[in-house]
Each structure stands twice: as structure tokens, then as C-alpha cells.
Design a protein around this ligand. Structure first.
Ligand code: ZN
Length: 479
């Protein structure tokens, strides 16, 4: 007898739509049966009744229990992963970022690897390098042996997480050697420091001025510089949270001349504009990059719908309003970052559906690509991002028409607000299956307890290509 069968599913993958019964056993998809065939015996049968079933979400950019200077995000792996599952995300990727000079990249990653044992869903990790020294190559070797094959670097945050250009270039070359991927937070530090100081000198340093201190050109010039380094090093590069159409276009142009570059955006850059800083509660929207003009948001959404942007991630950073309000008169002292792992599905889907118009199969496939398939492939996560025989049974019955009004206090993240509070968002998960376990259904959430499901990333080149689904055999090589 098999563990679970989802019957009468409209199976939506990024590369096609089929119908069938999905047979799940020992955490994986064992078979997909013709819808006309008899349903075999199973411990549990869930009737999808013709509804869309999509692969569980892969959120490539989450910060869990993150310590940045004096600030610490409020949720741990148990809470973040439970919130992720409530939101249809079955794999989260966090970062091992050295908290200061006393922690090495390897120690930071090992620390996160231990904490991740409490997670209720699959977890993969990125490493992070701040400053180069002669031990870094061996540390990156050790990370790769742990299944951590991507490294995040910051072009800004001087004195904290910022790396200098020499370090960035050396790490790009190391990641080429290790068949890995470099993640980049691109904002030009000198421009931001100068612009912030000018605003401070003029007494305009409160949160209501955040968007003026970090101009769009600071993001775009940094993308240009990093693309040049990646092109010179001949190595892939991934830009987190792109917030301007110009930044996305720079990635597209680089791809045309053969640079393997990727563009990620986040739901808040698609649904919110800089009017939020003139609202009654501007502190709710403290993040970097900041929200952009309405014109920029509209152009970014076009690129989200037309395929220029490759992935949507939450950049989940869970601070509460008490933390946000403590220093809202000085953006240099505030914790920046927004809670979002739970709302990524409906926020991204609403932005996509509103921009594209009709909700048809092509739109659902595009959504699956952004939400699950592309993050799984780009990060080389075996067994993730598709509903296919041999892949992990991470499955979501998804209702593109269901609309709910967001109330951050009723969500499951470790905070008391959502940047989308009061928004009517469409496209919520109805049933969530994580590694073959039904964790969310009409009866509510069923906590599987700590699952310690760490996903080791494969070599980046094995998964290269934005359209091809990895073969099932390749999909399992890292397991
Ligand atoms: Zn981030």
C-alpha cells in the first residue's frame, strides 16, 4: 500500500500541464497515473477534483535567526518553516553570514546547518564571504562538501557585511572552480554613503526619506560593475532583489553576450511603491533597496510577466514593529528587511495575474517557473521544482481564484505585521504536501515536527538552462 495519492490533479509544471493521479510513497512521487485508470490502495487519498497541483515553492532567499549588528530577526527555523509551509513553500534557502570578524564563513554555515535541524520543510544554505584571506579557498571547499555551493556577497553595508572588489572577484573565480554560484546584493556603497550623509546633514534621515537616500542609479551602476567582473571571470552570477527595470535589463543584455546572469525580485517591489514612505506608518517598509516610484514598479512588473526576471524570492527578514520603531528617526540605526516567506505565493501571483490579465495555463506555468522551478534549477537543488517521477513529493493544491485579505497578526511568521496588511491577495495554497506528508489541508496545519531535511546543492552546471527540467536521475544525484 502506498502512502498517499492525489487524484484528479491538473498537474502544472513550468514546462507543461497534464492531468492524472499522483502516487506518493516514501516522500517521493512514484508514479503519475492516467486519470482514467483505477486509483490504487493508499493510506490517504486526497481528491484534487481537477484543481491545479503545482510543485512546492522554493524560496531561494530567506534570512532565519539572522544577526546583523545589534539586530536579530525574531523567528527560528521551526517558526520560519511552518510559516513557509502555510504559504505553499516547501524549501527555504538561508545564508550563513559571518556575524562579525570573529566568525568564519565555514563557522557561520555550520552554525546554520545545526539550527536548520528544527525545520519542518526542506532547507538548503548559501555561504557568505565578507573579507578575503588565504583560508577562504579551503573554507569554500569545505562548504561545497557540505552541499553549499553558492556564496552571497554584499556590495554595500560598509563596516558590516560589505566585501571589497578584490574579494568579490576572487570569490567569483573560486565559485567557478567549485562549479557554484555567486549571489550579489548590488547597491553602490559610495553613492549610498554620500547620499545618506547629505540627507543626515540636512536633517532628513528619518524613515520617511529612505527611498531618497538609495537612488535607482546606485543599484544599476553596481549591477554593471559586478556583471563586468563575472564576465571577466567567466562565471555565473545571481542578483538578489532587483528593484528597477534598468537593473533587470542589464542582466538581460549581459545574457545576450553570453554571461550567465540571473535576476531575482521580491513581491514587495512588485506591489508597493515609494508612496509608502509618505504613509502614516513608513517604518513598516524599511528595507534595502527601498520601494521605488510607481512608474518603476509598473515597468518591473512588465519584466516579471514577460520572463526577463527569473525568480521571485521573499528576502524574508522577520523584525517586528517594536524593532522597526525604536530608531525610525534614523535609517542608519534601523533594522531593514520585511517578513514575507508566508505571503510570497499570493503576493507574487497577484502581481503576475494583475499584469498579465487572463489566468490561463501559460500564466500558471510562468508562476510555477518563478515560484518553484527556476529557483530549484538555478540553485541546483536535486528533486525540487517539478512534479515528476523520482522528484520529492512537495505538492501544493493551488487555487488561483481564492482571495484573502492579509492580516499580518494572523499569519504565522514571528512578527506582528505584514507589508501587505489590508491587501486582497489572490492565489493561496489549499493543501500542502511536504516530502509526502500532508502538512496543510482544510483541517489546518499538521506539524510534522523537526524533519532535518537538508538539501545538498549539486554542481551548478548540471542544472544550467532556464527551460530544461533535469532528468529524474540527475534530480536525485545529490540525495
Ligand atoms: Zn536578503
Amino acid at each position: 500500500m502506498t502512502d498517499l495519492i492525489i487524484t484528479n490533479a491538473r498537474i502544472v509544471n513550468a514546462d507543461g500541464v497534464t492531468t492524472g493521479h499522483i502516487v506518493v510513497d516514501r516522500g517521493r512521487v512514484q508514479a503519475i497515473l492516467d486519470p482514467a485508470s483505477a486509483v490504487p490502495a493508499a493510506d490517504r487519498v486526497v481528491d484534487a477534483a481537477g484543481r491545479a497541483v503545482i510543485p512546492g515553492g522554493v524560496d531561494g532567499h530567506c534570512h532565519v535567526a539572522q544577526i546583523t549588528g545589534p539586530h536579530r530577526t525574531l523567528d527560528d527555523y521551526a517558526q520560519t518553516s511552518i510559516a513557509a509551509l502555510w504559504g505553499g513553500t516547501t524549501t527555504i534557502m538561508d545564508f550563513g553570514i559571518p556575524r562579525d570578524g570573529s566568525e568564519t564563513p565555514l563557522e557561520a554555515a555550520r552554525n546554520k546547518r545545526e539550527l536548520a535541524r528544527d525545520a519542518r520543510c526542506s532547507v538548503a544554505l548559501h555561504g557568505s564571504v565578507i573579507a578575503w584571506d588565504e583560508t577562504v579557498p579551503a573554507q569554500l571547499d569545505a562548504l561545497a562538501e557540505m552541499g553549499i555551493r553558492s556564496v552571497k556577497m554584499y556590495m554595500t553595508n560598509r563596516g558590516s557585511t560589505m566585501s571589497d572588489d578584490d574579494t568579490v572577484l576572487r570569490v567569483l573565480k573560486e565559485m567557478k572552480r567549485l562549479d557554484g554560484l555567486t549571489y550579489i546584493h548590488a547597491e553602490h556603497d559610495a553613492i549610498i554613503v554620500d547620499c545618506t550623509q547629505d540627507h543626515a546633514d540636512a536633517g532628513r534621515i528619518g524613515i520617511e526619506h529612505l527611498h531618497r537616500t538609495r537612488p535607482e542609479l546606485a543599484e544599476e551602476i553596481s549591477v554593471t560593475e559586478v556583471l563586468a567582473m563575472a564576465e571577466y571571470a567567466g562565471t555565473p552570477v545571481y542578483f538578489v532583489h532587483q528593484s528597477t527595470p534598468g537593473a533587470v535589463d542589464l542582466v538581460a543584455e549581459a545574457r545576450e553576450r553570453g554571461v550567465e546572469a540571473y535576476s531575482e525580485t521580491c513581491p514587495h517591489y512588485l506591489l508597493l511603491d515609494d508612496e509608502v514612505y509618505a504613509s502614516r506608518m513608513p517604518e513598516w517598509f524599511a528595507c534595502c533597496p527601498p520601494m521605488r516610484s510607481a512608474e518603476t514598479v509598473a515597468a518591473l512588473r512588465q519584466r516579471f510577466a514577460d520572463g526577463s526576471i527569473h525568480t521571485v524570492a521573499s528576502d524574508h527578514s522577520c523584525y517586528d514593529l517594536t524593532q522597526k520603531r525604536e530608531h525610525m528617526d534614523d535609517i542608519r540605526e534601523m533594522p531593514h528587511g520585511l517578513p514575507g516567506v508566508e505571503t510570497r505565493m499570493p503576493a507574487a501571483f497577484t502581481a503576475l495575474a494583475d499584469t498579465a490579465g487572463a489566468v490561463d495555463d501559460a500564466l500558471l506555468q510562468r508562476f510555477v517557473e518563478l515560484f518553484s522551478a527556476a529557483p530549484a534549477r538555478v540553485n541546483a537543488l536535486p528533486g525540487k521544482g517539478a512534479i515528476a517521477v523520482g522528484f520529492d513529493a512537495d505538492l501544493v493544491i493551488f487555487d488561483p481564484a481564492e482571495e484573502r485579505s492579509v492580516d499580518g497578526r494572523r499569519l504565522h511568521m514571528g512578527t506582528d505585521f505584514s507589508p501587505f496588511d489590508g491587501f486582497a491577495l489572490r492565489g493561496w495554497p489549499q493543501v500542502v504536501v511536504s516530502a509526502g506528508r500532508v502538512v496543510l489541508d482544510a483541517d489546518g496545519f499538521h506539524d510534522p515536527g523537526a524533519v532535518d531535511a537538508f538539501v545538498e546543492c549539486a554542481g551548478h552546471s548540471a542544472f544550467t538552462g532556464l527551460s530544461a527540467r533535469p532528468e529524474p536521475a540527475l534530480a536525485r544525484t545529490g540525495a
